[in-house]
Each structure stands twice: as C-alpha cells, then as structure tokens.
Design a protein around this ligand. Structure first.
Ligand SMILES: [Zn+2]
Length: 356
C-alpha cells in the first residue's frame, strides 16, 4: 500500500517536469548556463542549497535513538512528554507555513533520491548539499546517483574513537565534501581537547565543518549540553584551526549576537541562513529576517553568508517558500546582485568545490 502511494506521488512529480517543460534536465555547466537565459522562476539566479537532510529510511532509526537518549537522561515518562512537545512544535511550524505533514509511507532511498532530483528540476535549484542521510556510506551512495545535483557531508559521531579516520574515509574514499555536527545534542562541549585530532583531520582534508548551535527547532528547544548552545564555545577551536571553514547554521538559532562576535573574531567562521528561522520568536525583542540579513551583511559581509533551506521530507521537498522569502529580503534591503549570487550560490560552490 505504502509503496503504491509513494510511487504515485513520484510519477506525478516527474510528469510535472515534462508537462511544464520549462526546464530540461541538464548535467553540464553549459546546459546549466543555457537554462538561465530567460524567465525561470528565479530570474536566472543559480542556487545551491547548502543545508538539507536526505530523508533516508534510516531516519526512523535516528528518531528512535534520539528518543532513547532522552529516555536515558530524563527517564521514560519525561522522554514521552518531550517527544510529544516536539511533535506539537513541528505541527505548529507546518501550520504557519502551510506545509503538508511528512508522508507517512517513506519510499526507498533510491526513490527518495529520484524525487529529490526531479524536485530540484521543477523548482529551478542547481544543487542540494545533504548534511545528513542515514550514515556516511548510505549518503555517499545516494550522492553518487546524481553527482551533478547532490553532494553530501559526513555525519558520524564526533566523540567516537575512530572519528578522524572515519572522516578521512568519508572524504577520500566516499567522496563526501564536509562534516556535519549537531553541537546542541552532544553531551560534551564542542571545544573538548580530546577531539582536536578530528579538527586536525578536517584541516588536513581541507573540508568545511557545519556545526549546529542554539535551539533544536524540531526538538522544541531541547539540547543535551548547554555549553553547546552558544557558538562562542567554538572560539578556541576556530582560532586553533583557522584553515577550517566552520559554518554555523540558522544564523546561530537564537545566538545571533554570539555568532556575529565569533565571525568578527574568526574570519574562518561562516553562517548559513537555513530553515524558517523560527527562533526569532523567542528573542526578547522584535527582530525579523530583514534585520538579520542587514546585520549579517553589514558586519560579516556577503562572502560568509550561505543560503540553506534545511529541507528534508516529502511532499514538501525543497522548501521554495524559504528561498523566496530570503531572496525577497535580500533584494528589499538593496543588496547588489553580485552579493546575492555569492549568498545563494557562489559561497557554497567554493566550499563544496563544485562548478555551477
Ligand atoms: Zn538542519
């Protein structure tokens, strides 16, 4: 049953590509340039989504392991309440943006990959970088299916003993382009000296590292170590390893001030714009996306701000409303096109070492 509905929705999307006919499949740089000539929905702008999550079937395992970690820490009853709170929180966010709930019958990873590839075509997005995807081997396999459209990051446990070697394998053997860490869900601080060998490896490999600080949106604000809420916890590491491009997503997810200070002090720290940035609601003063972009550009500059969507599941797929909103904001604050191109494509292309 589940399979049938998944396949049906996939075929609908693929046929939409054919019916609309506004975009041809492309795989080379020339084709990519060609498609931009006229009035695509983005007016010729190339777009790379630096931060998305591949909705792997393994996702269910991840969700249950998160629940287990909460249960270990707070007890079964509390974990149950926290998971329900998280569910309500996600529902509220979807209501706010008019997103349909995630499909209940998750397709195979191959089908999900095909849906993602078709979705990028329909929405005129050049490339998506999946920062997670059911483990390094699994994500590498998915990326290899659509190398012109997908790239991916390693996302194994930073505190595992073989983390540096696994990063080396993920980059050199599997072809992943960077490393993703959810700081807020670690039990030890991110500047723990025991993981310096991992940063040494990232520096040696020359890959970017994206670290989530601040509230965990879907988790309703939960974190496992409060020190990892604050991006300034990265200060020593960013100073010690100035060749690693560190990217802090969601404008610091509630820690914008601290992130701006970190960026001021460490020129190797970038910020990504991904998601709905719903954390703004929990600031003790009025703040909006326009103000955030203006502040980021005035202080950090357009070279270190990177567009991301934080998209994952279907039927939503790539979250076009986030892209449209952010683009509108950038244009409304008078950003010149050169800066817009950097934020929505060129900065990511540089870090991922890909052509567009
Ligand atoms: Zn994310």
């Amino acid at each position: 049953m589940g399979d049938v509905s998944c396949k049906t929705s996939f075929f609908i999307e693929v046929s939409t590509v054919k019916v609309i006919g506004k975009r041809l499949k492309y795989s080379s740089k020339d084709d990519s340039t060609q498609k931009r000539r006229n009035s695509t929905p983005l007016n010729g702008l190339n777009v790379i989504d630096f931060h998305a999550h591949f909705p792997s079937t393994n996702w269910m395992n991840w969700a249950s392991s998160w629940r287990r970690r909460l249960a270990e820490r707070y007890g079964e009853d509390s974990a149950q309440i926290l998971m329900e709170q998280s569910k309500r929180d996600k529902e509220e966010m979807r209501r706010l943006w008019g997103f349909a709930p995630p499909e209940s019958n998750v397709c195979s990873d191959d089908e999900q990959a095909a849906k993602w590839a078709a979705d990028l075509d329909v929405k005129d997005v050049d490339r998506v970088n999946f920062v997670t995807g059911g483990g390094n081997d699994n994500l590498a396999k998915i990326v290899r299916r659509y190398p012109d459209k997908f790239s991916g990051f390693a996302h194994h446990n930073i505190f595992s003993e073989d983390a540096p070697l696994e990063l080396e394998r993920a980059v050199k053997k599997l072809g992943l382009k960077g490393y993703k860490v959810i700081g807020s869900s670690q039990r030890r601080p991110i500047d723990d000296k025991s993981i310096y060998p991992l940063w040494e490896m990232a520096e040696k490999l020359g890959v970017p590292v994206i670290i989530h600080f601040g509230v965990l949106g879907g988790g309703g604000g939960m974190a496992l170590d409060l020190r990892n809420m604050n991006p300034l916890t990265l200060w020593e590491v960013a100073k010690m390893f100035p060749r690693i491009p560190f990217v802090v997503p969601h404008f610091g997810a509630g820690y914008l001030r601290e992130l701006l200070q970190l960026c001021w002090s460490c020129p190797n720290v970038y910020m990504d714009t991904s998601g709905s940035n719903r954390w703004m609601r929990w600031m003790p003063f009025e703040i909006d996306l326009k103000g955030i972009f203006r502040r980021a550009i005035e202080t950090v500059g357009p070279d270190r701000v990177i567009f991301g969507s934080d998209s994952s599941y279907f039927p939503r797929g790539f979250s076009l409303p986030y892209l449209r909103e952010q683009l509108k904001v950038c244009r409304s604050i008078g950003l010149e096109e050169g800066s817009i191109e950097k934020i929505f494509c060129k900065n990511a292309a540089k870090l991922l070492r890909v052509n567009v």
